[in-house]
Every structure is written in structure tokens, then in C-alpha cells.
Design a binder for this molecule. Structure first.
Ligand SMILES: Nc1ncnc2c1ncn2[C@@H]1O[C@H](COP(=O)(O)OP(=O)(O)OP(=O)(O)O)[C@@H](O)[C@H]1O
Length: 405
């Protein structure tokens, strides 16, 4: 028999041992007494049926990693700013895990910002608060300030499009055509930036969204945040995102070069006709965007301040995708140490046929992780499947106290 207990349950969570009996951990269970605020609860498992066995709702190694990964104490230590990016296959629980980490940081003394760069936001749903609008919104509940930000990718992209248009897109093209300087217009065709922005590849929105966050963080008023948690878009977007800053950096570099040519051409025209055609604001904006793209690229690879946490579920498909994600992140030198395996059936004394089958399936997927060359060296955190949706700060605290130990 294995035991798992948390230190406290804030607000009125109701937990009993009986909820583990049918293989699903309830939050809150429907027929159990309400525990008073701050009263500890104990979850007693009746059977060790998943590998690794049942007392493992905490950071633990699947295989022996070359260097051991510390737990939450390490994540929470220090007041210098740290970034955590949570990513993985769609629907595995990235938002729930990211939001639970943000709540835990805020409850442990860190002014925290949680950002969604997933074009399909679900932070508002997860916190059960309206966080839309593209600005920082305070989240009610945690002990220390917690703010959330849902970046509106379309708006961020429009800003980018406006800046690039003014510096090398149709605006300049029309102007140059009007001035009879067609040969420079030919060079614009090569950039294909307009096309790129009209049908953006996955990852572009996220790259722009993250650069937007960097822009926020540069300002004095956001200096207070010591932990930034990103709820990122599903795997495919993340993989493309990794190469996008390079691609955009090169594209913007071309535009800026072109802008210089245009500027010298226009100043020649200006000297003849006395016309003012300079647009320093737009050029500055583009230059700043380029600088931020470089910062995003550096941020993703900074082992001191950044960690990418992969979230998965115990299915063969999700594990295979996580393995590919891990390989790509490693190839790109993005620091990855932890793997959250979410929605694991808790141990049960009396499995129904469905639960027994499901458990077998999950065991196979967990075995796969143990034998996977990419994933076996990561520290695995197992999170149980609970039988209600995790919504609101008390629920996220509950989940966070299980995951982040
Ligand atoms: N451990 C869990 N137990 C029960 N339900 C869970 C658990 N983790 C997540 N969920 C539920 O699964 C659903 C998807 O979770 P979430 O939105 O966090 O996933 P996601 O990976 O961010 O999804 P998307 O890729 O669509 O953004 C939500 O309804 C959430 O409440």
C-alpha cells in the first residue's frame, strides 16, 4: 500500500481515500465531507498497478539521468527572472499544467506572469476568469501577484505586417513605382513577406507573440515579474517556432537593407524636389522587432534562465510525438529536463473492464517512455487523472501541489 499526501488544501476541497477506489481521483469528490481550510488530506492507493508504481506523484527519474534534476525547490529558488515554457501535443493538459505552475510560483512568493501564445487560448477557461484582450490581467486568488496575458496573435501579426509594409511592402512599392524606381521594386518580390503574412505558417503567430511578450518585459513596469510561464501552442507550432526567429531575422534583415537603399534614394529625390518621405518610426519598429526576435532565439537556448517542460499523456501516440519534440528541442539546444505524464489513472482496488484495459494501455505507454532514448533521460512527473475539469485557482493549486513537488 502506498501513500501520497499533500501539505494543505486551500479553500474547501473535499478529498477522501474512497475516490481512489475506482481509479479516478476526484476533485472535489461528490460524496465526501468538506475539509476545513488548510487541513491536510491523504490519498491512499490500494494497489500498485502502474509502472513506475503508485507512490510516484512527484518528480522522479524514469531511468537514471546523467545529472539528477531537482524538484520545485530548485525552480522556486532565487529572485532572478526565470522562464518556463510548457509544450506538447494538443489537449494533453499544457494549459492546466502551466496555470498550476504559475499559481504555485505566485503562492511561493514570486510575482508571476503566465502567458498564452497558443492561438487557441484556454487560459481564461482554466482560471475561470476573463483574461482576454491582449493586456495583462490580474488573476484573483494567489498570495502574491499573478497576472495573465493572452496574446492576440492576429493583432500582433497585423502590427508586424503594418511595420513591414511601411518599410518594404506595398506602401513603399507604390511610392517607388510612382517615382519610376522599378528596379528596387523587383527586389521586393523576392522577400515574399506579404504572402507569408497573408497565409502564415504555424509557428509564426507564436514567434510574434513571444516577441510581443519580450516587448512587454523590456518596460520598467513589468520588472517585478520573477517567473514567466508560457503556455505554448501544440508541438508542430513549437517545432516551427524554433527555426522561425532565424528565418524572420533574415527576412527583416533584408527589408532593413532595402529600406536603407530606399532611404538613400528618397533623400536624393528629396534633395531635388524637397519632399519628405522618411518614416523613422516604422523603421525603428521593425528594427526593434528584429532585435526581439534575436532575443527570443537566445531566450529559448539559455540554460540558466529557461526550461522547456514537455507535457504528455500515457498513450503511444502522445509519447511518440513527445519523443520527436524532445529530439528537436535537444537538436536546437533548448534546455529540457522534465516530462509531465498527465492524466494517469490513479491506482484502484476494483478496476472495471474499461479501467483495466485503459490501465494496461497506460502501462505500455509508460514502459515506452522508460525505453525511449529521447525521453528516458528526463525526469518524469506523473499527474493523476481527476474526474472533473480543473478550473479556477483552488483547483489549479490542488493540481500544482501534486505535480510540482
Ligand atoms: N489531470 C487531469 N485530469 C483531468 N482532466 C484534466 C487533467 N489535465 C487536463 N485536464 C482537462 O483536459 C482538458 C484539456 O486540458 P488543457 O486545456 O490544459 O490542455 P492543452 O494541452 O492546453 O489543450 P490545447 O492543446 O487544446 O490548448 C481540459 O478540460 C482540462 O480540464
Amino acid at each position: 500500500m502506498a501513500c501520497y499526501s499533500t501539505s494543505s488544501v486551500s479553500s474547501s476541497l473535499r478529498i477522501t481515500n474512497s475516490m481512489a477506489m475506482n481509479g479516478v481521483l476526484s476533485f472535489p469528490p461528490t460524496s465526501s465531507p468538506i475539509l476545513p481550510f488548510n487541513k491536510a488530506f491523504t490519498f491512499v492507493s490500494m494497489r500498485a498497478s502502474i509502472k513506475p508504481p503508485t507512490n510516484s506523484f512527484q518528480v522522479r527519474s524514469v531511468a537514471t539521468p546523467t545529472e539528477s534534476v531537482a524538484g520545485f525547490d530548485d525552480m522556486v529558488a532565487g529572485t532572478e527572472r526565470k522562464y518556463y515554457m510548457l509544450g506538447g501535443k494538443g489537449g494533453v493538459g499544457k494549459t492546466s499544467c502551466a496555470a498550476s505552475l504559475a499559481v504555485k510560483f505566485a503562492n511561493n512568493g514570486h510575482p508571476t506572469l503566465v502567458v498564452s501564445t497558443d492561438p487557441a487560448h484556454s487560459l481564461s477557461d482554466s482560471f475561470a476568469q476573463d483574461l482576454t484582450g491582449g493586456a495583462l490581467v490580474p488573476v484573483d486568488g494567489p498570495d502574491y501577484p499573478l497576472f495573465a496575458l493572452e496574446i492576440n496573435p492576429e493583432k500582433a501579426r497585423d502590427d508586424f505586417r503594418d511595420a513591414s509594409k511601411q518599410n518594404g511592402g506595398t506602401g513603399v512599392k507604390d511610392f517607388m513605382d510612382g517615382m519610376g524606381l522599378g528596379m528596387i521594386v523587383d527586389q521586393l518580390g523576392e522577400l515574399k513577406l506579404g504572402e507569408l503574412l497573408d497565409t502564415p505558417p504555424p509557428g509564426l503567430d507564436e514567434a510574434i507573440a513571444i516577441s510581443k511578450v519580450m516587448q512587454f518585459l523590456e518596460s520598467q513596469e513589468y520588472n517585478m515579474f520573477t517567473r514567466i510561464v508560457f503556455d505554448t501552442a501544440p508541438t508542430g507550432h513549437t517545432l516551427r517556432l524554433l527555426s522561425l526567429p532565424d528565418f524572420l531575422d533574415a527576412s527583416i534583415g533584408k527589408i532593413l537593407k532595402l529600406r536603407q537603399k530606399i532611404a538613400s534614394a528618397t533623400s536624393a529625390i528629396k534633395s531635388v524636389f524637397g519632399q519628405e518621405q522618411n518614416r523613422p518610426d516604422a523603421a525603428d519598429k521593425l528594427e526593434k522587432l528584429r532585435e526581439r526576435m534575436i532575443k527570443v532565439r537566445e531566450l529559448f537556448r539559455d540554460t540558466d534562465s529557461t526550461e522547456f517542460v514537455i507535457v504528455t499523456i500515457p498513450t503511444v501516440m502522445a509519447v511518440s510525438e513527445s519523443s520527436r519534440l524532445s529530439a528537436s528541442l535537444k537538436k536546437e539546444n533548448v534546455p529540457v529536463k522534465r516530462l509531465i505524464v498527465n492524466q494517469i489513472l490513479p491506482p484502484s482496488a476494483s478496476d472495471c473492464k474499461f479501467c483495466a484495459m485503459k490501465r494496461k494501455d497506460q502501462t505500455r505507454a509508460l514502459d515506452m517512455i522508460q525505453n525511449d532514448p529521447e525521453l528516458s533521460s528526463l525526469s518524469m512527473i506523473q499527474a493523476p487523472l481527476v474526474d472533473v475539469e480543473i478550473r479556477g485557482v483552488p483547483a489549479l493549486k490542488f493540481l500544482g501541489d501534486i505535480i510540482w513537488t
